[in-house]
Ligand binder design. Structure first.
Ligand SMILES: [Zn+2]
Length: 391
């Protein structure tokens, strides 16, 4: 297949039923002015939103991938498609008011004025719905040319007032074979690596690509999944907790360093690079604002990275349970069969289940109750210590 013939739908993985609905809508059937696209992290919510937003502007109404509108849409530079991304955990009410105003304008070259809100779960809570309420009015009394595409992990994450006015589409977690096929066709990955990355990512496409393409990502994952079999003494539990926290920090730094440098450069460009400009009070105020925001973002990223590491750990214990009870099918950590067998010998399925519980408890402590990661990870690794100090 040549690049010229690829439609906007071709890179979506394992989402056939949803794509059919969206294709019909783009062609004019079953159209509505507010959509909510839900699906687990990595299932491709924003890719689906991008394809749909583009197809809505497509000159052929199909998402042909070849017309000017399709090219602009897929490149993220169509003037009538606005992307709202949030690096912080909330969207702000003033930003939303501005957005609602500009969304009411007529499209400049396209058929619709499309606004994509990538994190509709950050519109607020029933206790603090101000940002959501600012959007609600726009959705309740839609302007004829405006379309809202909201994305969130699950329907429950979105304010009830908002979600009840949207047409909801739920994405599947892409299957291992779908992901492996995508890696092979999209990135030219060999079958062995594609199969490993697809299994290890557990249906998270972005993660699968990182695992397939980046040796450092693979090696960090290897470190994480090799932890369970090593937890035989209190000392090894403490070391493992420290290592996990370190790995998360390393990975976060790898992700954020470039973005932070660029943001600082942009800020300096606004103020001018002379010594006197950079000594001015307003620059210092702006800089401290930027640093605060970057800190917030980094904190959230560390938690995201730890969260994923914890899910990798869970996969090892699930494999061990599967091995214990002789469940058919491939293990997520097929490459780690030896370690998995060690776990299955050292602990009963019940004990393994309790260990998975301990991982989810640590996750909850960090994400819901702001317990410092090191602390939560330490109590987790201690709970994961293999019974009787075996093997
Ligand atoms: Zn097109």
């Amino acid at each position: 297949m040549t690049t010229a013939t690829r439609t906007v739908w071709d890179d979506l993985v394992g989402q056939r039923p949803t794509i059919e609905v969206l294709q019909q809508a783009a062609a004019g059937q079953g159209m509505t002015h507010a959509w909510l696209i839900t699906g687990p992290p990595g299932s491709g919510r924003s890719n689906v939103a991008r394809a749909f937003a583009t197809a809505l502007q497509c000159e052929l109404r199909t998402g042909c991938g070849a017309c000017e509108a399709c090219r602009l849409g897929m490149a993220g530079s169509h003037p009538d498609i606005t992307w709202v991304k949030s690096e912080t955990s909330v969207l702000y009410v003033d930003d939303m008011r501005g957005l609602v105003q500009s969304a009411a304008k007529f499209p400049s070259i396209g058929r619709w004025q499309v606004v994509v809100i990538e994190d509709a779960d950050r519109l607020g809570t029933p206790e603090n719905p101000r940002t959501g309420n600012a959007l609600l009015k726009a959705i309740e009394e839609p302007t004829p040319k405006t379309l809202w595409l909201l994305c969130a992990p699950t329907v429950r994450d979105v304010l009830p007032t908002i979600r009840s006015r949207c047409r909801t589409l739920t994405l599947n977690t892409p299957g291992t074979e779908d992901v492996a096929r995508f890696l092979a066709s999209h990135d030219g990955i060999s079958e062995t690596v594609a199969s490993f990355a697809a299994r290890a990512s557990q249906g998270h496409i972005g993660r699968a690509r990182a695992l397939a393409l980046d040796e450092e990502t693979r090696s960090r994952r290897r470190e994480v999944v090799s932890i369970p079999a090593r937890l035989t003494s209190l000392g090894s539990c403490m070391t493992a907790a420290t290592n996990l926290a370190e790995l998360a920090k390393e990975e976060t730094e790898a992700i954020t360093a470039d973005a932070e440098k660029r943001e600082l450069g942009e800020l300096q460009a606004i103020f001018g690079s002379e010594r006197k400009d950079l000594a001015s009070r307003s620059y210092r105020a702006a800089l401290s604002g930027l640093e605060k925001l970057q800190k917030q973002k980094a904190k959230r990223r560390v938690l995201d990275v730890i969260d994923r590491a914890l899910m990798d750990l869970v996969s090892v214990y699930r494999d061990a349970i599967a091995l214990s009870v002789c469940a058919p099918g491939m293990m997520v950590n097929e490459e780690l069969r030896g370690d998995v067998a060690t776990l299955a010998r050292a602990a009963t399925p019940d004990e393994l289940l309790r260990m998975i519980d301990a991982i989810f408890t640590a996750r909850e402590q960090m994400l819901e109750f702001n317990v410092p990661p090191q602390l939560a990870l330490e109590s987790m690794t201690v709970a994961l210590r293999l019974p009787g100090g075996r093997p």
